[in-house]
Ligand binder design. Structure first.
Ligand SMILES: Cc1cc2nc3c(=O)[nH]c(=O)nc-3n(C[C@H](O)[C@H](O)[C@H](O)COP(=O)(O)OP(=O)(O)OC[C@H]3O[C@@H](n4cnc5c(N)ncnc54)[C@H](O)[C@@H]3O)c2cc1C
Length: 424
């Protein structure tokens, strides 16, 4: 048997761990103190901060299929043609410099009792603490016809930044002047409350500049704009006039990709040239499949003091995948904060230190209402031990007084700073 075949056989059988020790074959060690699943806003931050808080004394393995991190924040500017995908792409090299072992693979399953993760590529990695930040899974079956329409590239979401972000921009470029772009928004909670309204705004900016006879339809399952409503509505009226139309209480239930039509539970069908249909969302697939999504089989319930799962000991869930505390948005900024609280709790437990009894979180979400002008919402959240949840600190945060170019500078700085904070 050739050596290559032997190695493949070992990987296929998942017997690498049985070889013992921390032998690194195919880039995946057989064990680590902390294994992090998902290298996005939550996971990358957790990997880096376990290293930092432990003074680089705790082994961390990060498993992430993508070769580079691509940011959802700022990705709407790529949809609108004001930025390129390269502008929102960051390599994982900084994490490697911090001593994190980055394995480019997908976690296929967990053995929660045996404390092991199994990679799609074959090997298993044993852990003492597992961190899970897999983001969201699109519930395509919540909108009839959408799974096939998306597989055919006809109806896109671009709600995970990457090639689909560019593909959606190309659909806008191909749309005739006088065409209609329609975005549907699922009932909250979903990833990034202001994100769909930001997208509609920057698409309108693109159309105003390149195809001024066109229209942007925002078809919202919610009773009103879910974030920064008055600021968005003012911007739509003042910047785009009748080009942008907002319709509340429009819950998409089916798409007909050939007829380019969206059907709603109550309202009349809508025909559009570019259909950007966002289905309901839930925790990333691996969380649902492994039984960790124990809130309505949709989101992962955690102990908010540490972000440890209520379904499994020594498993910590972060970011969009969790069942949120009151007024906690599913945002990258929040995921970054969850990760720091969890990393501190994990390092404290592994070192025998006290766990922080009153963690705090902050959130700022900037939204582009055009490529040049931005609005924000901010909040501070404190852990209230008596109620075992996070609550907004009274009097904290708020929204912009008005949209401004100054806040566009802040938004780009926010992005550069958080990418550096996550990825080193
Ligand atoms: C258009 C848009 C605009 C946004 N704008 C903002 C903004 O301005 N500010 C803000 O704070 N937030 C914003 N967000 C929200 C933000 O992107 C998310 O809240 C954030 O990405 C959540 O972080 P996460 O770690 O939960 O998930 P992600 O960042 O999506 O990371 C999940 C990672 O897990 C990996 N993964 C999944 N399954 C597996 C598996 N089985 N094995 C290994 N890896 C796996 C994925 O490849 C992915 O890299 C925006 C979102 C969108 C879509």
């Amino acid at each position: 048997m050739q050596r290559r075949q032997l190695v493949q056989g070992l990987f296929a059988g998942g017997t690498l761990a049985a070889l013992g020790g921390c032998a690194s074959m195919g880039g995946a060690p057989s064990s680590a103190k902390v294994v992090v699943v998902g290298g996005g806003y939550g996971g990358a931050t957790a990997a880096r901060y376990v290293r930092l808080f432990s003074d680089r004394s705790i082994d961390v393995v990060l498993v992430e299929p993508n070769r580079s991190f691509v940011s959802c924040p700022i990705s709407n500017l790529v949809v609108g043609g004001a930025r390129q995908l390269g502008d929102i792409t960051v390599p994982y090299d900084g994490l490697r410099t911090q001593g994190v072992t980055v394995v480019h693979d997908t976690v296929a399953s967990f053995d929660l009792a045996g404390k092991k993760v199994r990679l799609a590529g074959g090997p298993e990695i044993r852990y003492d603490k597992l961190v899970l930040s897999p983001g969201v899974d699109m519930m395509f079956d919540g909108v009839e016809g959408l799974r096939q329409a998306q597989a055919d590239g006809m109806v896109l979401q671009a709600w995970k930044a990457g090639p689909e972000t560019v593909a959606l921009h190309r659909q806008l470029v191909a749309m005739p002047d006088g065409g209609v772009y329609a975005i549907t928004i699922p009932e909250a909670p979903y990833r990034c409350p202001p994100g769909p309204y930001e997208r509609a705004s920057v698409v309108a900016a693109y159309l105003k500049a390149h195809k001024p006879k066109s229209k942007v339809l925002i078809l919202d399952a919610n009773p009103d704009v879910t974030s920064k409503g008055p600021l968005f509505k003012k911007a739509w009226t003042e910047l785009y006039g009748s080009m942008v139309e907002y319709r509340a209480q429009h819950k998409a239930v089916a798409v007909d990709a050939k007829a380019k039509t969206i059907k709603f539970d109550v309202q009349d069908d809508v025909k559009a040239d570019v259909l950007n249909v966002l289905p309901p969302m839930r925790a990333g697939m691996i969380a649902v499949q492994s039984g960790l999504a124990n809130a309505n089989a949709r989101w992962c319930q955690v102990n908010y003091q540490t972000f440890e799962s209520t379904a499994a000991k020594d498993v910590y869930v972060l970011g969009d995948a969790i069942q949120i505390a009151p007024a906690m948005p599913k945002s990258g900024h929040m995921a970054n904060g969850h990760a720091k609280v969890a990393a501190a709790a994990i390092v404290a437990e592994l070192k025998g230190w006290d766990t922080n009894a009153t963690p705090m979180l902050t959130n700022t979400c900037y939204s582009f209402v055009s490529p040049a002008e931005v609005i924000h919402v901010a909040s501070v959240h404190e852990y209230v031990a008596a109620e075992k949840t996070f609550k907004i600190v009274a009097g904290s945060g708020g929204v912009s007084a008005a949209r401004s170019t100054q806040e566009a500078n802040y938004a780009h700085s926010w992005a550069r700073n958080i990418w550096a904070d996550m990825l080193g």
